[in-house]
Design a protein around this ligand. Structure first.
Ligand code: AHR
Length: 513
C-alpha cells in the first residue's frame, strides 16, 4: 500500500515536471516566401556607452586595438552575426542630430549636449563617414534615421545628396572634400523617430502630412537603386497611428511603416536586469509574446490599404528594458543580459519569422552596452551576451525560404496566469538544409515536442542549444563564456516524426537534411 502511494506520488511529480507539445512542419514543394535577412538588423544610438567606448574608441587609442577608431574586437564579433542592417544615430537622439556637425576635420567639429541621454557632452568625432565606413567594414547596410523633429526638409535632403550622389553637386563636392570620392549608396532612411513622443509630440495626422513633405525630398539621386523610406510608427498597441499613416500617406512615398515595442514590465517599475523573480520573468515574457498580437493587428490595418503587402512593417526597436545596473548613469540605459533575454530574443525572432510576409525588417535595441545588447564592454574587455548567441544561432534563417511550423503547446503557468510554453519557426536555406528554431520559456518544466513532418524525408538531425542552470545566469567579464551554445543531443528523427526534448528556458536550433 505504502509503495503504491509512493509510486503514484512519484508519477505525479514526474508528470508535473514536463509538458508535452505537438507541432507540424510543412515543407511545400515550391514557395516564394522568404524570411528577409533584414529582420536580423541592429540599432546603435548615441546613447550612454553604445557609440563612444562600445564601438568607437578613437583613432589615437593605443590600448584598445581599432581600425579608424572602431574597436576590432567588436567588429570581429559582429561580423559573425552577419548583421544585415544597422540603424543610426537614434532613437530620440536622431531628432536632435544635425549631421553637418559630424563631418569634416575632427578637431573642428562642435561639442554638443546629448539632451535625451544623460545630458553629457560629445565631440561629434563619430559622424557620417565614421558610421558608413564602419558599415562597409561590417558588410552591413546602413539605415540612417533622419531628423524631422528639430531638423528641416533641406537638411535631410542634403544628407541624402551628401551620401548618395555621384555627380557634381554642392553636397557631393563637400563629401569629396572630406575625403570620400564615391557615394555610399544608402538605401534605408527613417523619416523621424517616435514622432508621437521624443520626435516632436505630434498627432498621427500632423506627422503623416509632414512625412509626405519630407519623403518627397528624400529622393533617389540616381545611383542608389531606389530608396526605402520608413515612417515613424506606432508605440506598441497604438493602432490609430498605423491607420492614420496608411490612410494619409500615398503608397508611392513610403516603403516601410515602423513599430516600436519593448518588453517592459512597468515603465515606472521596470525591475532589475539580473535579480528578478519568477513573477517579473513571467511579466517580461508576457510583454515579449504580445509582439505576436501587435503584428497581427497592425498588419490587419495595413492589409486594408495595402493588400499586396508592398509596404513593410519595420519593427525598428524591440527588446527587454529594465532598471540600469546599480551605480551606473540612469541616462545610459546600461543593463546586464541573462537567460531571460535569450528567451525574449528567441521568441521574438520566431514571431518575426512567422510574420515574414509583412515584417521584413527589424532592429534589436541596442547593439552594444545599451538595453538588450549583444555585446558589453568595459574598457578593453568585451563579452558576448546570451542575446548575441541567439542572434548568431538564428542567422541561418536569413534570406531562407519560410516553412510553416504550427506548434500546439502546453502552458507555462504562474498563479492564475498562463503563457504558451513553446514557440518555434522554420526555414529552408539555399543549400536545401532545413532549420527549426524552438524555444521553451517555461522556467521549470522541460517540454517534449513531437513534430509531424509533411512534405519531406529527412535523414539526419543535429543542432545546438543555449541554456544554463538558472534564468538569472549571465556572462560577466570574469566568466565571459558561462553561457554559450553547445551541441544538442535531445532531438531524434523517427520516420516522419521528430521528437525534441527541450529543457526549461532553452533555445534550440536544429538542422535537418
Ligand atoms: O532605445 C532607446 C530609446 O527608446 C530610443 O531612443 C527611443 O526611440 C525609444 O523610446
Amino acid at each position: 500500500m505504502k509503495n503504491a502511494i509512493l509510486s503514484s506520488l512519484l508519477f505525479l511529480i514526474a508528470l508535473g515536471s514536463y509538458g508535452q507539445s505537438t507541432a507540424t512542419l510543412t515543407v511545400p514543394a515550391t514557395s516564394t516566401r522568404t524570411i528577409s535577412r533584414h529582420i536580423y538588423g541592429h540599432f546603435a544610438e548615441h546613447l550612454g556607452r553604445c557609440i563612444y567606448g562600445g564601438i568607437y574608441v578613437g583613432e589615437s587609442n593605443t590600448k584598445i586595438p581599432n581600425t579608424a577608431g572602431v574597436r576590432n574586437d567588436v567588429v570581429d564579433a559582429l561580423k559573425k552575426l552577419k548583421i544585415p542592417n544597422l540603424r543610426w544615430p537614434g532613437g530620440c537622439f536622431a531628432d536632435t542630430y544635425h549631421w553637418k556637425d559630424g563631418i569634416g576635420p575632427k578637431d573642428q567639429r562642435p561639442t554638443i549636449v546629448n539632451t535625451w541621454w544623460g545630458g553629457v557632452t560629445e565631440n561629434n568625432s563619430f559622424g557620417t563617414h565614421d558610421f558608413l565606413n564602419m558599415c562597409e567594414l561590417l558588410g552591413t547596410e546602413p539605415y540612417l534615421a533622419g531628423n524631422m523633429g528639430s531638423g528641416a526638409v533641406q537638411e535631410l535632403a542634403d544628407w541624402v545628396q551628401y551620401v548618395n550622389f555621384a555627380g557634381v553637386s554642392p553636397m557631393s563636392a563637400l563629401r569629396k572634400k572630406n575625403g570620400r570620392e564615391k557615394p555610399w549608396k544608402v538605401k534605408y532612411w527613417g523619416i523621424g523617430n517616435e514622432a508621437w513622443g521624443c520626435g516632436g509630440n505630434m498627432t498621427a495626422e500632423y506627422y503623416a502630412n509632414e512625412y509626405r513633405k519630407y519623403a518627397t525630398f528624400v529622393s533617389d539621386w540616381g545611383n542608389s537603386g531606389g530608396l526605402f523610406r520608413i515612417a515613424s510608427g506606432a508605440n506598441s498597441a497604438d493602432y490609430n497611428w498605423t491607420e492614420a499613416l496608411m490612410k494619409i500617406i500615398p503608397k508611392n512615398l513610403i516603403e516601410g511603416v515602423a513599430l516600436h515595442h519593448y518588453s517592459v514590465i512597468n515603465w515606472d517599475k521596470k525591475g532589475p536586469s539580473v535579480k528578478f523573480d519568477e513573477q517579473q520573468y513571467f511579466s517580461t515574457m508576457k510583454q515579449a509574446l504580445f509582439m505576436d498580437e501587435l503584428i497581427q493587428k497592425h498588419s490587419a490595418i495595413m492589409d486594408k490599404y495595402d493588400p499586396e503587402k508592398k509596404i513593410a512593417l519595420v519593427v525598428d526597436e524591440w527588446g527587454g528594458w529594465y532598471e540600469v545596473e546599480p551605480g551606473t548613469n540612469p541616462g545610459f540605459l546600461y543593463q546586464q543580459n541573462t537567460m531571460r533575454d535569450a528567451m525574449i530574443a528567441g521568441s521574438t525572432l520566431n514571431i518575426f519569422n512567422n510574420h515574414s510576409d509583412r515584417v521584413r525588417m527589424a532592429n534589436l535595441a541596442q547593439m552594444v552596452n545599451v538595453l538588450q545588447a549583444v555585446i558589453l564592454t568595459e574598457e578593453e574587455k568585451m563579452l558576448l551576451t546570451p542575446t548575441y548567441h541567439v542572434m548568431e544561432m538564428y542567422n541561418v534563417h536569413q534570406d531562407a525560404t519560410y516553412l510553416p511550423l504550427t506548434v500546439k503547446s502546453t502552458d507555462y503557468t504562474l498563479g492564475n496566469e498562463k503563457l504558451t510554453a513553446v514557440n518555434g519557426s522554420a526555414s529552408k536555406d539555399k543549400n536545401g538544409v532545413t532549420h527549426v528554431s524552438l524555444v521553451n520559456i517555461d522556467s521549470k518544466k522541460k517540454q517534449e515536442v513531437s513534430v509531424n513532418i509533411e512534405g519531406a524525408n529527412y535523414k539526419s538531425v543535429s543542432g545546438r542549444i543555449l541554456t544554463s542552470k538558472t534564468l538569472q545566469d549571465h556572462n560577466t567579464f570574469d566568466k565571459p563564456n558561462l553561457i554559450q551554445p553547445v551541441a544538442f543531443k535531445g532531438a531524434k528523427l523517427k520516420g516522419k516524426t521528430l521528437n525534441v526534448e527541450l529543457p526549461p528556458f532553452s533555445v534550440v536550433v536544429l538542422e535537418m537534411k
